[in-house]
Design a protein around this ligand. Structure first.
Ligand code: 13P
Length: 261
């Protein structure tokens, strides 16, 4: 397995969660576009709340920065009030979608099975899914990190038939290790802790397809800041970051992105 595969350019994704408005988004996007114009050695994605995807499309269309949804429904259409289908995201120019975020799992009762169904629907629509996995503090302290991450990974891998797996490879599926105890807490996994779990995730992918495992990007999320990004990104199996709070500050987000170059 070639750890420096060309398919594994560093990737930095901003998850704005439920923040922003038209005016502040415009300032933030313009600052990020300007700040990253000379840093093209990595890939960048912005995931705003759904109502602002149109605005993201307007401002990011002629840049190298992609945009994506924070979630998607597994159904194509129908009576699913509040839900958004994969083809609606692609219609708005999205190329990425976050799936299985711990906030979706904990606050909205999403499960491994729904994450797997959404993953399948995403790749079939040509979206690149970013599947979030990670353990809670209690699970971490009980030494269950690998058990939990494996169950979250395996639920998806088992759902994908060979055709869907090929489609997932085609769209360069991404995994995000987001230890729940590090999300929004200011506590970051050490580079060594992140590396160990990322290597485990890659091993889990290799059990399904060893060639794919070498190409798949696995990003880290959980209290990434400008001052810890460089060390995290230097680990061999950490292919970038999924940034929450720090992505709402242009200076901080740009500094994190520069650390990936
Ligand atoms: P924070 O960077 O705010 O810890 O959030 C991480 C996250 O949940 C990204 O999806």
């Amino acid at each position: 397995m070639n750890a420096q595969s060309i398919n594994r350019r560093k990737l930095v994704i901003a998850n704005w969660k439920m923040h922003g408005d038209i005016s502040s988004n415009q300032h933030l996007l313009q600052a990020v576009i300007h700040g990253l114009s000379d840093y093209q050695q990595a890939d960048y994605v912005i995931c705003p709340p759904n109502p602002y995807l149109f605005q993201a499309r307007e401002l990011l269309s002629n840049t190298k920065i992609a945009w994506g949804g924070q979630n998607v429904n597994q159904h194509d259409k129908g009576a699913f009030t509040g839900a958004v289908a994969a083809h609606m995201l692609t219609d708005l120019g999205c190329t990425y979608v976050l799936l299985g975020h711990s906030e979706r799992r904990v606050l909205f009762n999403e499960t491994n099975l729904t994450a797997a169904a959404r993953f399948d629907a995403s790749v079939k629509s040509g979206l690149t899914p970013v599947l979030c996995v990670g353990e809670t503090l209690a699970e971490h302290e009980a030494g269950l990190t690998e058990v939990i991450v494996a169950s979250q990974m395996d639920a998806v891998m088992a759902t994908l038939n060979d055709q869907s797996f090929a489609a997932a490879m085609q769209v360069n599926m991404v995994f995000a290790y987001e230890p729940v105890w590090a999300v929004g807490t200011g506590k970051t996994a050490t580079p060594e802790q992140a590396q160990a779990v990322h290597a485990f995730i890659r091993h889990r992918i290799a059990m399904r397809n060893s060639e794919a495992a070498g190409h798949v990007r696995i990003v880290y999320g959980g209290s990434i800041k400008a001052d810890n990004a460089k060390k995290l990104f230097s680990m061999p199996d950490v292919d970038g970051g999924l940034v929450g709070g720090a992505s709402l500050s242009a200076d901080e987000f740009i500094a994190i992105c520069k650390a990936a170059n």
